[in-house]
Design a protein around this ligand. Sequence first.
Ligand SMILES: Nc1ncnc2c1ncn2[C@@H]1O[C@H](COP(=O)(O)OP(=O)(O)OP(=O)(O)O)[C@@H](O)[C@H]1O
Ligand SMILES: [Mg+2]
Length: 261
Amino acid sequence: MATVYAVVNQKGGVGKTTTAVNLSAYLALFGERVLMVDTDPQGNATSGLGIRRSTIERSIYDVLVNGCSIHECVHSCAVQNLSVLPATLELAAAEVELMPRISRETVLRNAIMSDITDYDFVIIDAPPSLGLLTLNALCAANALILPIQTEYFALEGISHLVRTIEMVKQHINYELDVAMVILTMADTRTKLAQQVSEEVHRHFTERVSSTQVPRNIRLSEAPSHGLPIALYDPKSRGALAYKKLAQELLLDGKTRSGPRS
Ligand SMILES: Nc1ncnc2c1ncn2[C@@H]1O[C@H](COP(=O)(O)OP(=O)(O)OP(=O)(O)O)[C@@H](O)[C@H]1O
Ligand SMILES: [Mg+2]
């Protein structure tokens, strides 16, 4: 029975995809059966795991719009135990095509539920918006991972996201909560980083992980090689941070597993 996490923050470029890809890869390397679901038409998580557009016959678009099952659309990648449900630009049209449908916000949830015993963890990478694709991610998840970039205005838009989470919780997905807040691209020990960290802690208290992800060039290079940091440079500071976070997530996942309705 998989535990499903969505990596969300409607703010762009805060490290969602980097987090989704690298946590997925480490969990798989720990021996867990992992599915990484790309729900962003940019397809960065897909290409970051080395899946080339030209090789994708079926993608998440076919799951959301054409009623395909997940196992008909998954791809393997360089990491054993890690399956990828890829996204292509075609996915941008899904928001419009799903609009007139009944239960349009729970299509992904239902698809994952059908294949839930195939995996131990499902990690969903959400796009930088609060549209229907992110809503599908929120409805499908047991819990959320929130990357927050250590910069001015880090919490801008967070109240909107929190309101959306509450709405989903009230109406569709009662168990949803924030499992882990991750401070990303932290420039070590600057005053700004400390200020942002304090502000985020005031807001999310004990849900903020004590492991921060440092700004690390190796993390930004890895996707162009189609590899997670665990394979690209496992000794880098970025790799060590994501490995530690994946260990935390492994423990969190064990406390959440169980049947879902
Ligand atoms: N810790 C880090 N150190 C250095 N570069 C990073 C780090 N985390 C992410 N990056 C780089 O910053 C950019 C944005 O990261 P990423 O794509 O993970 O953010 P995102 O939130 O998924 O963006 P989007 O909102 O567009 O989907 C990428 O080029 C990525 O390689
Ligand atoms: Mg992204």
